[in-house]
Design a protein around this ligand. Structure first.
Ligand code: MN
Length: 228
């Protein structure tokens, strides 16, 4: 194939225990999927259907990297999340069949320009300016299901400079991974290489240059980034 300009690189993540990489197509994110976080954002955590937004795959930032404080914001927040990596796609997938489509899991941080997101919400505008900026998706290696299984319980936490700020458990997810896949594939066709950021527990907060963010999901992995 001949292109008129150099084609962009395929974004990818390292795979635990394997020299090969996991190529990433789309990044879907679930909003308000832990009751305590929904409450802290001023919403009723009743079980209304989940909603989704996207980040761009080239916004991935590998764990262990530096996160450049983004332009145009003075209120950049962390959101620690379990990330689900899709191995086989489809649409109309039902929850009982959903886990068969999952290739593995990782730990990510849904970095958010909260001030720009808040302004967009107020005006009824899309969330991209708040969510889909450069380096906004720090993420660990992907752990194959064969090695790590399907995590349904376990601590999910984030520390800033060693001080715990988010401390939840996967068993508090309002919508489970299979339910998320059912709802998501009622709207979109999932494909191999898609990632799903499954939502964050309570305790989100602002970062400053020089902060070191560490966190993890018990039984999956731990993540670290430094804000510069
Ligand atoms: Mn999030």
């Amino acid at each position: 194939m001949e292109y008129v300009i150099a084609p962009p690189e395929t974004p990818s993540l390292a795979v635990a225990g394997n020299g090969a990489r996991f190529p990433v197509r789309r990044i879907y994110c679930v909003g308000r999927n832990y009751a305590a976080h929904a409450r802290e954002m001023g919403h009723d955590p009743d079980r209304e259907p989940p909603f989704f937004f996207q980040k761009n795959a080239d916004a991935l930032l590998e764990s262990g990297s530096r996160f450049p404080y983004p332009a145009a914001s003075r209120d950049v927040h962390f959101e620690i999340e379990l990330v689900c990596a899709i191995g086989t796609g489809g649409s109309g997938i039902k929850a009982p069949d959903a886990l068969g489509h999952v290739w593995g899991y990782a730990v990510g941080i849904d970095m958010t320009r909260r001030d720009l997101q808040g302004a967009a919400k107020k005006l009824g505008r899309p969330w991209e300016v708040g969510k889909a900026f450069e380096h906004s998706a720090p993420c660990t290696r992907v752990h194959p299901v064969g090695a790590a299984g399907h995590p349904v319980e376990g601590r999910i936490w984030l520390d800033v400079n060693g001080e715990t700020r988010q401390d939840g458990n996967l068993n508090e997810l309002i919508w489970s991974v299979p339910e998320i896949i059912e709802q998501l594939t009622a709207l979109f066709t999932l494909a191999p290489g898609d990632l799903i950021f499954t939502g964050t527990p309570a305790g989100v907060g602002a970062v400053n240059r020089g902060d070191v963010l560490t966190g993890g999901v018990q039984g999956v992995d731990e993540i670290e980034i430094e804000v510069i």
